[in-house]
Design a protein. Sequence first.
Length: 228
Amino acid sequence: MFYFDPLYFIIMLPALLLAFFAQMKVKSAYATYTKVANSRGLTGLDAARVILPNEGLTGVQVEGTPGELTDHYDPRSKKLRLSAGVAQQPSVAALAIVAHEIGHALQDHHGYAPLKLRGAIVPAVTVSSWVAPALFFIGFLFGFTQLAWLGVIFFGVSVVFSLITLPVEFDASRRALKLLETYQLADGRELQGARSVLQAAALTYVAALAQTLLTLLYYVSILGRRRE
Ligand SMILES: [Zn+2]
């Protein structure tokens, strides 16, 4: 009965719909702006070669990564990994994405506190992602309510992670648009396009937070019902 709890689907539905909507928006914004060439004909790699040295990020290496929309900055190895669609296409989408990832490199370079905090809790998130449900379900099924609550507390780490991801991502996008403007890599209309791509991406992080918060709400609500 517990395994097919309709309450779970009722609680999670808004988050799932939002996640679906955000994914659609990202795909459509990327599909649109990957076809719009930027006026200076700069690929993502060209843009990185302009921005990185000018921002004092000479220690950041650029390398390729397989897949689409897989671009990321790795703070541990100081590597900016770009997908072929971003590195090699002279599109508005490529400019937006490369500038966003360099935004993360700048956060790392300047010791931006939320990025540091997010990096610091990654190991705890990895552990809590399997410890929290294990404690919760064992506690719940065998009637050890306190153990189940401990699972909920562990799950809080994931909530903090999703929460801290928001300022990190919004700040990287804000930096991205400033970089594109400062180095005159994009004109007014292209900046508008870049903003659309980045806003769609930001929505996926909001959806992830909603999903985590509602899962927490579900855990708390079924433990609360048990007590009655
Ligand atoms: Zn990001």
